[in-house]
Design a protein around this ligand. Structure first.
Ligand code: PMT
Length: 367
């Protein structure tokens, strides 16, 4: 049996993992865009942050019909990107395709449909078309939308925001590695802010079914295409035969055998990222008793600069900063009274630049 990627040295795991997959089709285009973007900001001596955002998928088939997904909507990443832009950073926004984006996120939540912000104005007397008026923004949203629009336009017109999408965990890893290496000329002006929800498990390409996994037996002449030898998905003994079941025995039970995705934070910190750059990672847990321990362990293991810990259920209202220097552990909380007004929680209430000074006040106000 070949050793698991999780048991290998980071450099070896990197070479094995990246040899499993062809690079994403969009990578050369993304690299060209990023190179031009980075050159521009190196020239201007501007700080550049790579924000990763949204969930990664784990396909079950090479020609993918089904996949495992991660819960993230991209709220943290998209919101944080806006605050970085406001602080003068240029932002490479590496995000899950169709997840929330900076600025448009204000109007693309399912509870925030952009059409609810619009109205039809009465026709202008004397204008040629009298059976309809122009579409306008409703009065009560004018100020907020003007503000968002101005910031969005500024970022676009001044080349401050580069949007690069990914879908699968493998695409994410390829993009992250390429972007980090391209950012080397930035040196200490580079910051990595890893807010994406990255899958810890995957099916290696060599054990992945090529075609859609079949749920029932096929006649012999059709067998062979759906799964590969030593497949990670199912097998003969996985015919569904549960007690009291009404289903026919010919329906297969899907058993999925996943390998660990190597933790590439090591490689990012020690190999890919420029010397002197800053790396901020996130740690997500659901068990409150584990959060600080796991975040501390990550900081010790990867020797980077900051781990921001959050719990799934409270992530919009509180985060904990775990740092190598004192005070080592700092909580930032949105006071209860302000929670319902915020779309995004911590970032909207405090703002990245104000996190330090706001932390004290926010903590003391929390009940
Ligand atoms: O998008 P939202 O709905 O606003 O949610 C935001 C968030 C909860 C997704 C975000 O705040 C967050 O916590 N992101 C990190 C989630 C995550 O991947 O946690 P983790 O404990 O699995 O990984 C910790 C770190 O290791 C991450 O920074 C990740 O970049 C890194 N990692 C993870 C898996 C892996 N195989 N390799 C890695 O390097």
């Amino acid at each position: 049996m070949s050793p698991s990627l999780g048991d290998m040295e980071p450099a070896e795991a990197e070479s094995v993992y990246f040899n499993e997959y062809p690079p994403p089709k969009a990578l050369p285009k993304h690299e060209a865009l990023a190179r031009a973007f980075i050159d521009l900001h190196v020239e201007a001596n501007r700080r550049v942050v790579l924000v990763t955002s949204g969930g990664t998928t784990v396909p079950l088939e090479a020609q993918t019909v089904r996949f495992i997904d991660n819960f993230s909507a991209g709220t943290r990443g998209a919101t944080s990107a806006e605050y970085f832009l406001q602080q003068g950073y240029a932002v490479i926004f590496l995000h899950r395709q169709y997840s929330l984006l900076p600025y448009s996120r204000h109007y693309s939540h399912s509870t925030n449909c952009f059409l609810d912000f619009m109205d039809e104005a009465p026709p202008v007397p004397g204008a040629p078309n009298q059976d309809h008026g122009s579409i306008v923004v409703r009065d009560e949203y004018q100020d907020q939308m003007r503000d968002v629009l101005r910031k969005y336009r500024y970022a676009k017109q001044n080349n401050r925001l580069l949007l690069l999408p990914f879908t699968t965990v493998a695409e994410y890893m390829f993009e992250l590695r390429s972007m980090a290496k391209l950012m080397r000329p930035l040196g200490p002006n580079a910051l990595f802010y890893l807010a994406a929800a990255v899958s810890d498990f995957f099916i290696p390409r060599s054990r992945m079914a090529e075609h859609k996994i079949q749920s029932s037996e096929l006649p012999p002449e059709f067998q062979g295409g759906g799964a590969v030898e030593d497949s990670a998905v199912g097998g003969e003994d996985e015919i569904y035969t549960g007690e009291n079941e009404a289903k026919p025995a010919s329906q297969k039970k899907l058993v999925i055998n996943l390998d660990p995705v190597p933790k590439f934070l090591h490689r990012l910190v020690d190999g890919w990222a420029p010397d002197g750059s800053m790396v901020v990672s996130f740690k997500l847990e659901t068990d409150p008793t584990l959060l600080v321990y796991k975040a501390r362990t990550a900081l010790q293991r990867y020797s980077h600069h900051l781990v921001i810990g959050n719990l799934l259920s409270t992530r919009k209202w509180e985060v904990v900063f775990i740092t190598p220097d004192p005070p080592h552990e700092r909580w930032i909380r949105v006071p209860k009274a302000r929670r319902s007004k915020s779309i995004s929680g911590v970032e909207d209430q405090v703002g990245l630049a104000e996190i330090k000074k706001g932390e004290k006040a926010a903590n003391s106000e929390t009940s």
